[in-house]
Design a binder for this molecule. Structure first.
Ligand code: S6P
Ligand code: ZN
Length: 192
C-alpha cells in the first residue's frame, strides 16, 4: 500500500523538485498540431526546440489514487500561435481535473465532444476546474515559462488521438500584441 508522501514545488522557479518521471515534448512531438505548417517546418529545420516538460509524481494508476504533475510550457510561438501542450480527452471520460497556476501567464482551451469550447486565462494562483468529458490544452501566452500543477484521477488515461484528428475549435494567438482567440480553420467537428 502506498504510504502518504510529500514533494516540493519551488514557487520561485515553478519547477517540481523531486519528481519521479519527466516527459519532454519537443516541436517534433507536436507535428500537425500547430495551424501554420510552413512556420512549423522552418522552425523545426533550425532545431527541435523544447516546447514543454511534465514533471510527474508516480502513483498507481488505479481508482482512488490522485495523479499529479507540474507542467512547464516554455515561451514561444509557431507563426502567431503560442506554444502549447498536445491536449487530450481523458480515456475514462467522466473524470475531472484541477489545475493551479504556479508561475507565469497562460490559458487553457477546452472543448466538449459537441465542439463547444471555452478559454480561461491562467496566472499565478488561478484554480481551474476542468469538468468531466472536456478536453484540455494549455498555452503559454507570456515571454517567461508558464508553470501549473494538475491533479487528476490516476486511472483517467490520456486520449491524444482524438485531438490529433480534430484539433481544438479555437487557436490561441498573438495579434497586434494581444492574446486573441481565432477560429481554427482545420477543426473537424465530430459528426456522430
Ligand atoms: C494530465 C494533465 C497534465 C497534462 C500535461 C501535458 O491529465 O492534463 O498533466 O498531461 O499538462 O499535456 P498533454 O496534453 O501533453 O498531456
Ligand atoms: Zn488531463
Amino acid at each position: 500500500m502506498l504510504k502518504p508522501f510529500s514533494s516540493l514545488i519551488d514557487l520561485s522557479t515553478g519547477f517540481l523538485k523531486d519528481y519521479d518521471n519527466k516527459v519532454e515534448r519537443r516541436l517534433s512531438n507536436l507535428k500537425g498540431m500547430f495551424s501554420d505548417n510552413e512556420s512549423f517546418e522552418s522552425m523545426l529545420a533550425s532545431g527541435d526546440t523544447l516546447v514543454y516538460e511534465v514533471f510527474e509524481k508516480k502513483v498507481p494508476e488505479e481508482s482512488g489514487q490522485l495523479a499529479h504533475a507540474v507542467t512547464v510550457i516554455y515561451p514561444g510561438k509557431v507563426g502567431i500561435e503560442y506554444f502549447m501542450t498536445k491536449g487530450h480527452f481523458h480515456v475514462k471520460e467522466p473524470t475531472a481535473e484541477l489545475y493551479l497556476g504556479i508561475k507565469g501567464q497562460g490559458g487553457i482551451i477546452t472543448q466538449d465532444k459537441e465542439g463547444n469550447s471555452q478559454y480561461l486565462d491562467m496566472s499565478v494562483g488561478s484554480l481551474v476546474y476542468v469538468s468531466p468529458y472536456w478536453a484540455h490544452r494549455t498555452v503559454n501566452t507570456s515571454d517567461e515559462p508558464f508553470s501549473f500543477l494538475a491533479v487528476y484521477p490516476a486511472e483517467a488515461g490520456h486520449d491524444y488521438g482524438t485531438i490529433e484528428k480534430m484539433g481544438f475549435p479555437k487557436l490561441v494567438v498573438e495579434q497586434d500584441g494581444q492574446t486573441s482567440l481565432v477560429d481554427n480553420p482545420k477543426f473537424i467537428k465530430k459528426t456522430s
